[in-house]
Design a protein around this ligand. Structure first.
Ligand SMILES: Nc1nc2c(c(=O)[nH]1)N[C@H]1C(S)=C(S)[C@@H](COP(=O)(O)OP(=O)(O)OC[C@H]3O[C@@H](n4cnc5c(=O)[nH]c(N)nc54)[C@H](O)[C@@H]3O)O[C@H]1N2
Ligand SMILES: Nc1nc2c(c(=O)[nH]1)N[C@H]1C(S)=C(S)[C@@H](COP(=O)(O)OP(=O)(O)OC[C@H]3O[C@@H](n4cnc5c(=O)[nH]c(N)nc54)[C@H](O)[C@@H]3O)O[C@H]1N2
Ligand SMILES: [Mo]
Length: 886
């Protein structure tokens, strides 16, 4: 069944009044931005077509759900005549503690409203006042201009001629692409992070640094002597972790915590240190210790002081496995005075890092700091885990150093149940029972800009400082606006970006810090092109917008991916044809290649269907006797002929067709299988025979190579070899005009922006059911609300040095006084006064260049004022951005 009929049918499948109103709106003619009519407040056709009471005439089919949360949970849809009318989740295996069901989250269950929403982009569009040619582009109207429907041919011709013109006049360095690589998953369509076309056309400028990991990667690499990737080799699996007596977790957000339930049910005590008590913390934690953002370093030092004073730390472990804890264990050639213990005691700098000192900074009462130190050392095995949030701060790298140092003081390395790790919150162990195959997509090499490594995360190491890697996150918008970029050893160099390219799975304007500067950068350049499923912020500030087909519209969308814990392999079935004129990005690139005189095969070397087949065919799962991996699927010549792909027949666990029909294959764990994983057990057993990759072969608290490595970036290193607390720029200390007099400054509050129940970054924020269930309000402590005179759901104006925003408030005791929280990801909706009514946390966060290119989202200072203008409507009733042109 094809295109618009699907939406029409979804709409008509239950004629409620709401459905009728929405249908009426949809036929009202071309709305540039639906808004005035109340009926337009319905944004999802799926919602309006209320599902029939009795499900008949269709079948349950597996649906792909592959956003970048890392979860790959089970969603199923009831398919009637080309329309998914209902969704459900994993109910086809028994739910046990060892092998729980992969039940999906509210976002996954809301996918129907996303993929079948009336606000899906339907046609290619051009911004009315934009003219090609680089003169009359009217950048100032980006974000507020009207839209015209154009044909695919027109769109592709315009894009091709602009790309040619810009390259001829300014060279490939004029193209900015906010990411690198082929987007190895996480897409909602077939796009990925697409730079194939621009690379083949002569290259483009990437962005480098980290999105997710804050200041952790280089610290993890150098202090532990092996590549730090998400902490995958630092974390245990849940069976090993269940042997712990206690977990102390720094930062516990709302994300993918289901595998922690096993640990919880095993009776392990969990203490959470976080400015907020998230829903996950509410489910898991036995005690919540509120801490000010960006000050955990001070808290940990206060704990270390109490440990040293009372001899609670594991001196024997430190003597054997660690370099640089005290003067007697410093590497040759270093100044013994630079040891960590003397820094904690204040022997040479005159400032003992006592719990009282720490308390003044971090806001945790002295008694609780001492209590935490005792909790960390009174039992073993113990888990000291930090998730990523606390490192997404200006002083994230200093935090990471101190976290590892104080963690190691407890001695919990390399023993079952013991762990000192910095990692993704959902991370459990590094061993996979299933591995997905390669899709065979080869991204053409970028001739002018070095790939800053997977996921644009340069700091994973192994780069050549003499090469150009593009614009660092946090500094990218400044670089585009000012035409100057800081570049490793070259220092400052000129850059002249004329075109911003967002064709693929990323949302640079919405998601990079310093979003208001992002808008300025978007408005400055001559040409911006975006492809997406809906009118995202990036699209809104573009000149040409292309409608992208979704995962539900592509065979094998994100085929055969092993999920985070390597237990579930899933396959995304195509359930409907692309809506209206939506096309997948690979098609777009191949078409543009032709127009640019390139060989489309060089740009898109394998077709999507072949890529999916490759992936499935190459997927391996563990044999029942755990002796080796074997192919997941058997493939016959008939399968290959029927699919029209190239390949070889093979023997595997289950027939190809069965896998595709079921959509999932899951491996079973048991408590005594060889996948129980305890990191660094070999090192613990024999530190001389199994040394680490550090110069000393040990865990390095005192770590000169960290400083050397940081210097390679050509930016201010901001670290010393000894872990030390450094107050964050825009951190707690900066909220004071006068610290000694405790006199607050203009921006007295600290704001964090976290990943939350409402969205998958910028995705799902448009789904009204989810918006209704999880209003992305500003979380404000009860005491602060009283002082400000605001109550639940009232509107406040939040301002930072970087931007302004209106939000309704959630008044709650579950956030520390003085701290406010916004979920990240909302789309911009900036009014004439420059106030963002959309609630994008990046309107307030200011990007700046930090040593290794991470972004300081959790050290942001704001002021809050009661809003006396019209109150802000809740997001769930806000008009959707619908462009129908009928
Ligand atoms: N304030 C603040 N900002 C943050 C964070 C934070 O904590 N606070 N966290 C950061 C982190 S950790 C991350 S990983 C980043 C994520 O940043 P991004 O990865 O840039 O964010 P997404 O919203 O996932 O971007 C995906 C976009 O691509 C579109 N899309 C999806 N699939 C396709 C496709 O196949 N083709 C096309 N053309 N488009 C597609 C989606 O509609 C969406 O607009 O955000 C960062 N930003
Ligand atoms: N639902 C959902 N799930 C997701 C995502 C999503 O967008 N939505 N995104 C995925 C991605 S790409 C990533 S990178 C991960 C990120 O996963 P997390 O790292 O867990 O991300 P956050 O939720 O931003 O932060 C975790 C916690 O850190 C706390 N925190 C912030 N600053 C500080 C601090 O200074 N000190 C301490 N102690 N705590 C602090 C926050 O309050 C929050 O509770 O999530 C993944 N999962
Ligand atoms: Mo992330």
């Amino acid at each position: 069944m094809t295109n618009q009929n699907i939406l029409q049918r979804a709409k008509g499948s239950g004629l409620s009044r709401r459905g009728f109103l929405a249908a009426a709106t949809a036929s009202m003619g071309s709305l540039a931005l639906a808004g005035c009519s109340p009926a337009a407040q319905e944004n999802t056709l799926a919602e309006t077509g209320e599902a029939p009471e009795i499900l008949e005439g269709g079948e349950w089919v597996p649906l792909p759900c592959a956003p970048s949360c890392g979860g790959r949970c089970v969603t199923r849809g009831y398919l009637v005549d080309g329309v998914i009318v209902r969704q459900k989740t994993d109910d086809f295996i028994e739910d046990t503690a060892e092998n729980p069901q992969y039940r999906c989250c509210p976002r996954g269950r809301g996918s129907r409203q996303l993929y079948m929403g009336a606000d899906r982009l339907r046609y290619p569009m051009k911004r009315k006042h934009w003219q090609p040619g680089g003169k009359d582009f009217h950048g100032e109207l980006r974000g507020i201009d009207e839209w015209e429907r154009i044909s695919w041919d027109e769109a592709l011709d315009l894009i091709a001629s602009e790309l040619k013109r810009i390259k001829e006049n300014y060279g490939p360095e004029a193209f900015f692409c906010g990411i690198s690589g082929d987007g190895r998953g996480g897409g909602m369509g077939t796009g990925g992070g697409v730079t194939r076309l621009l690379n083949a056309f002569g290259g483009c400028v990437y962005v480098w640094g980290t999105q997710s990991y804050g200041g952790m990667p280089i610290v993890g690499n150098t202090m532990q002597g092996e590549p730090w990737f998400f902490g995958a080799t630092d974390t245990q699996d849940e069976f090993s972790m269940a042997k712990a007596k206690r977990v102390i977790c720094f930062g516990m957000g709302n994300v993918t915590w289901n595998n922690w339930m096993y640990v919880k049910h095993a009776g392990v005590e969990i203490i959470v240190v976080d400015p907020i008590c998230s829903p996950a913390a509410q489910a898991l934690a036995d005690r919540w210790i509120p801490v000010r953002p960006g000050t955990d370093g001070a808290l940990l030092l206060g704990m270390a002081y109490h440990m040293i004073e009372n001899n609670l730390h594991d001196q024997e472990f430190l003597d054997t496995y660690v370099s640089g804890f005290d003067a007697d264990h410093m590497p040759e050639g270093s100044d013994p005075k630079d040891n960590f213990k003397d820094y904690v005691l204040g022997t040479y700098d005159g400032q003992p890092k006592t719990p009282a000192w720490a308390s003044e900074i971090c806001g945790v009462p002295e008694a609780d700091i001492m209590w935490l130190a005792e909790q960390a050392t009174s039992v073993s095995p113990l888990v000291m885990r930090s998730t990523l949030g606390p490192a997404r701060t200006d002083n994230g790298q200093n935090y990471a150093q101190i976290f590892l140092a104080v963690g190691w003081m407890t001695g919990n390395v390399g023993i079952p149940g013991g762990e000192v790790s910095m990692s993704h919150p959902a991370m459990m162990g590094s061993k996979a029972m299933a591995q997905s195959g390669q899709n065979g997509i080869v991204v053409p090499k970028n001739p002018i800009c070095e790939d800053p490594a997977e996921s644009a995360a340069l700091p994973f190491g192994g780069y050549d400082p003499s090469k150009f890697y593009g614009l660092p996150y946090g500094h990218a918008w400044d670089a585009i606006i000012n035409g100057k970029v800081i570049d490793f050893v070259h220092g400052e160099r000129d850059i002249d970006i004329r075109c911003i390219w967002k064709v693929g799975t990323f949302a640079p304007l919405n998601q990079i810090s310093g979003g208001m500067k992002g808008i300025e950068a978007f408005r400055k350049v001559e040409f911006v092109v975006s492809s997406d499923l809906l009118m995202s912020s990036d699209c809104l500030y573009s000149d040409i917008v292309l409608p992208c087909a979704s995962l539900w519209e592509a065979e094998g969308g994100s085929a055969a991916q092993a999920i985070g814990d390597g237990l579930l392999i899933y396959y995304g079935n195509k359930v409907m044809d692309p809506i209206y004129e939506a096309k997948d990005d690979l098609w777009v690139e191949a078409e543009l290649a032709k127009r640019l005189g390139l060989d489309p095969k060089e740009v898109v070397n394998v077709e999507w269907k072949q890529a999916c087949f490759n992936r499935v065919a190459g997927t391996q799962v563990m044999k029942e006797d755990y002796s080796d991996y074997e192919p997941l699927v058997s493939i016959t010549q008939d399968d290959i002929d029927e699919l029209g792909v190239e390949g070889q027949p093979q023997d595997g666990k289950i027939p190809y067709k069965e896998f595709v029909k079921t959509g999932y294959y899951r491996c079973e764990r048991s408590q005594n299988d060889p996948f129980v994983f305890t990191p660094r057990s070999g090192f613990r057993a024999d530190p001389v025979g199994n040394p680490l990759g550090t110069p000393s072969g040990k865990l390095e608290i005192y770590c000169p190579s960290l400083v050397d490595y940081m210097k390679l970036y050509g930016t201010e290193p901001l670290v010393e070899a000894t872990p030390k607390y450094r107050p964050a720029k825009e951190g707690y200390e900066d909220t004071f005009a006068n610290w000694d007099a405790k006199e607050k400054g203009e921006y007295p509050f600290q704001m964090v922006s976290t990943h939350h129940m409402r969205s998958m970054h910028s995705f799902y924020n448009n789904v009204k059911w989810i918006c209704e269930a999880f209003a992305n309000n500003l979380f404000l402590n009860v005491l602060d609300a009283q002082k400000l005179g605001v109550s639940q759901d009232e509107t406040v104006l939040i301002s930072s040095q970087h931007g302004k925003m209106l939000r309704r408030v959630n008044v709650t005791p579950r956030i520390m006084p003085g701290v406010v929280l916004m979920g990240e990801g909302n789309h911009f909706d900036v009014d004439e006064e420059g106030i963002d009514r959309g609630g994008n946390a990046n309107a307030l966060a200011g990007g700046h260049l930090i040593a290794a290119g991470h972004q300081p989202w959790n050290t942001v200072m704001v002021k809050i004022e009661k809003w006396d203008g019209d109150p802000l409507q809740p997001d769930c009733v806000k008009p959707a951005r619908i462009y129908d042109f009928e």
